[in-house]
Design a protein around this ligand. Structure first.
Ligand SMILES: Nc1nc2c(c(=O)[nH]1)N[C@H]1C(S)=C(S)[C@@H](COP(=O)(O)O)O[C@H]1N2
Ligand SMILES: [Mo]
Length: 252
């Protein structure tokens, strides 16, 4: 009973925060984050709302010059061929030994013409090169140059349906993660196949990785093999961020 006051106050605070989030959202009804309404994730709502309110539409992150490029550590999975168990590692080793000529990126879901892209086909699309700062949740940052194709070009090529709201990414090392259409169509969101003027190295996600420049490093998925456009949020289940205790939206 002694704690009732405290609990009530805390509940009131949380309710108040949720309400504040709701107020902000009243102005952005189409941009509710999928975790909206989950009290323990009220921070996601506020961050998301603040980002969307402060950064109108598609503002660009800062791009640096060649002289700013730093050394760039590789984290998480850095050698799928050697480290992944069984068929996953075996498949990657085979693709790697063939110079990724047999690698395919499937793009499907809420699209008019689902298809796969070879690396050569991705390289035929107009390219974009950007020098950006990567921020890892572990506390380090690094500046690197990324070359690839804008995700929006790939999505244009398959024709996303008007109901599409998210792009879900699948990696060789079995991560599942998604971003909303605002980030998916952002001009600096690219499928990178080059780094610092060379082919994307194995440790950095060869043959192609995502770069989501307005979010923390772990949203930039390495070793892509499949993209599914969806109308509804997909938390990726046990392979996704949320069930592993990570925030889905990590705007910086
Ligand atoms: N498939 C996959 N993508 C991933 C990771 C990973 O382990 N596997 N690590 C993430 C994290 S935490 C960061 S900081 C960056 C690291 O990219 P880098 O290894 O090129 O520095 O990739 C992200 N994407
Ligand atoms: Mo990270």
């Amino acid at each position: 009973m002694k704690n009732t006051g405290l609990i009530t106050r805390r509940t009131a605070l949380i309710t108040g925060l949720a309400a504040a989030g709701g107020l902000v959202f009243a102005r952005f009804p189409k941009q509710l984050p999928p975790t909206y309404g989950h009290l323990l994730r009220v921070g996601d709502n506020v961050t998301y709302a603040a980002q969307r309110a402060l950064l109108p539409g598609q503002s660009l992150v800062r791009e640096y010059s060649l002289a700013d490029i730093t050394s760039f550590p590789a984290t998480g999975t850095t050698d799928p061929g050697a480290k992944l168990p069984g068929a996953l590692g075996e498949t990657y080793r085979r693709l790697q030994s063939g110079g990724f000529a047999d690698w395919r990126l499937a793009v499907e879901g809420s699209v008019r013409t689902p298809r796969t892209f070879s690396l050569a086909e991705l390289k035929q699309l107009p390219s974009r090169t950007q020098i950006t700062r990567h921020t890892c949740e572990e506390g380090w940052t690094a500046i690197g140059q990324w070359s690839g194709v804008q995700l929006s070009r790939v999505l244009d090529a398959v024709g996303i349906l008007p109901t599409a709201r998210f792009a879900v990414f699948y990696s060789v090392d079995d991560w599942v993660d998604c971003i909303d259409m605002l980030d998916a169509l952002h001009p600096q969101t690219i499928l990178a196949y080059g780094m610092n003027g060379r082919d994307l190295p194995i440790q950095h996600g060869a043959p192609a990785r995502l770069r989501v420049e307005r979010q923390l490093g772990y949203k930039s998925m390495k070793y892509l093999h499949r993209i599914v456009v969806t109308d509804a949020f997909d938390d990726g289940g046990k392979k996704g961020n949320i069930q592993n205790g990570w925030a889905w939206y990590t705007g910086i």
